[in-house]
Ligand binder design. Structure first.
Ligand code: BES
Ligand code: MN
Ligand code: ZN
Length: 496
């Protein structure tokens, strides 16, 4: 979808979108159009139940005197507290409606509409961002879709006199590109996206100036990554470890590292998962998807920070060569792990990825993202990712980034008691805890692979990588969760 900004008069074609606040705020175009149509807008509003509630729409089809195809009045809710996320939701709701129609173009009339919390430039750019986010579609495998079901909206013009909106949008759109990349990766089925093909997608980031390194099994074996390699042992696909380096900050300054779980399919291994909904485990690479998308966003907008993205790409399959429950593996850190359940594989993959990232890049902070436990969905549903850290400052920073970006997180407990849950009888640790607190014992496991002095947080995004239903800025399916969160965290804490 193409998005442009223009201060010019309203066009004579396409749809015209007019946001209206519950407390009366309207763009100038409302009155203009009402006059031109002999009061058609006022009449329509008066005789309908339209009260400008958030996201509510009143559509008026091509009244005489207007060149446009239709006028779409959209409720913006109360103007008080209307912020960045509200503007994005407004743009998304409008786009969602337009995409179901047959207009090829639409104009959002914003001239004369102002809100307290947002400058006019920001207001316009955020509405455009929301519209773009909502326009995402993964339809590459639909060869027979009815052409009436395929959206035709190709262009949105944002009518605004705010001169910096375009500039701002260019930056936000780089982040959108990252979100779309993550959604693409997460949507792909596992016969198409497996460790090697995922690594190839990472390599494409080199056109944004990202340096990409790919390690294969031979190299990982030399490095002693028995934990990550054990997970892929039953798969015919070669396990890969990818590092993406963005050096937009000061030369030699220690970076922040993002580490993602990239299990391209999780059958559970020999501890096989039940059949119902196993297909969902194609998105068990959501953490790696988010890290890759975040790297694209950060490089795409040329962030002034040094950021490393590391993804552990592996397929968890049952097979004659697969690892068995009870096997003991030795991780790159030297610590041994008793694998009591081969379905607790994400932490095994991350153990070596985390260690390698710290050994290689000496980061000041490490944040890992993983669709790690079903238990986090029990606790937080599809509302928040779980945030596990013993670093209060980092927790605050991530909370704040979640609030502004809309990728919401909720801090969960991580204590000594959780660490004690993974004591093993024969090795340094086991890969599952006891009954209860499964997300926290998983986090405690990861904590064993964090070096002294490194500030670290683990985000369990199992409930967030996939949207079970549409929302204001995202269709049902892959959400791209984490990209905006990490981008915002970098912008606020690592730049300038
Ligand atoms: N990938 C799953 C976690 C998951 C489950 C993500 C459902 C999204 C939806 C993970 O590898 C897993 O299987 N975790 C186990 C851990 C258990 C064996 C300790 C789980 O949560 O059941
Ligand atoms: Mn699993
Ligand atoms: Zn998994």
């Amino acid at each position: 979808m193409q998005i442009t900004f223009s201060a010019a008069a309203l066009p004579k074609t396409g749809a015209i979108v007019i946001p209206i606040f519950e407390d009366g705020g309207k763009p100038k175009a409302y009155e203009e159009l009402d006059k031109a149509t002999d009061g058609a807008l006022e009449r329509a509003v008066k005789t309908s139940a339209f009260k400008a509630k958030k996201g509510k729409i009143l559509e008026i089809a091509a009244p005489a005197g207007v060149g446009a195809s239709r006028i779409v009045l959209i409720g913006a809710g109360p103007s008080k507290g209307f912020d960045r996320l509200a503007a994005e939701a407004l743009g998304g709701a409008a786009a969602g409606h337009l995409l179901k129609g047959r207009d090829k173009s639409a104009t959002f009339a914003l001239n004369g509409l102002t809100v307290k919390k947002l400058a006019n430039d920001e207001f316009a750019a955020r509405i455009a961002t929301g519209a773009k986010m909502k326009s995402y579609r993964f339809d590459k495998y639909r060869t027979k879709e009815d052409k009436d079901d395929k959206p035709v909206l190709a262009k949105i013009t944002v009518q605004t006199s705010a001169s910096k909106a375009k500039e701002l949008f260019a930056v936000y759109d780089a982040v959108n590109d990252g979100v779309f990349l993550t959604r693409d990766l997460v949507s792909e089925p596992a016969n198409i996206l497996y460790p090697e093909s995922f690594a190839k997608r990472c390599q494409e980031l080199s056109k944004l100036g990202v340096k990409v390194k790919v390690l294969g099994e031979a190299e990982m074996k030399k490095l002693g990554m028995g934990s990550l390699l054990g997970v892929g042992q039953g798969s015919v696909r070669e396990t890969k470890l990818v590092a993406m380096e963005w050096t937009g900050g000061k030369k030699g300054e220690a970076p922040v590292a993002f580490v993602g779980k990239g299990v391209t399919f999780d059958t559970g291994g020999i501890s096989l998962k039940p059949a119902p909904n196993m297909d969902e485990m194609k998105w068990d690479m959501g953490g790696a998807g988010a890290v890759t998308g975040a790297m694209a966003a950060i490089a795409g907008r040329k962030a002034k920070a040094n950021v490393i993205g590391v993804v552990a790409l592996v397929e968890n399959m049952p097979d004659g060569a697969a690892q068995r429950p009870g096997d003991v593996v030795t991780s790159m850190s030297g610590q041994t792990i008793e694998v009591l359940n081969t379905d607790a594989e994400g932490r095994l993959a991350l153990a070596d990825a985390l260690w390698w990232a710290q050994e290689t890049y000496k980061p000041k902070a490490v944040i890992d993202l993983a669709t790690l436990t079903g238990a986090i969905i029990i606790a937080l549903a599809h509302e928040f990712a779980g945030c596990f850290t013993t670093d209060d400052k980092l927790a605050k920073q991530l909370d704040a980034a979640g609030e502004t970006s809309g990728d919401k997180i909720w801090r969960m407990p991580l204590t000594k008691a959780h660490d004690e849950m993974i004591k093993s009888d024969i090795a340094d640790m086991q890969n599952i805890g006891g009954k209860g607190g499964g997300s926290s014992s998983a986090a405690a496991f990861l904590g064993r692979f964090i070096q002294d002095g490194v500030s670290w947080a683990h985000l369990d995004i199992a409930g967030m990588a996939w949207n079970p239903k549409d929302n204001a800025t995202c269709p049902k399916g892959a959400s791209g969760f984490g990209v905006r969160l990490l981008d915002e965290y970098v912008r606020v804490n690592w730049e300038n």
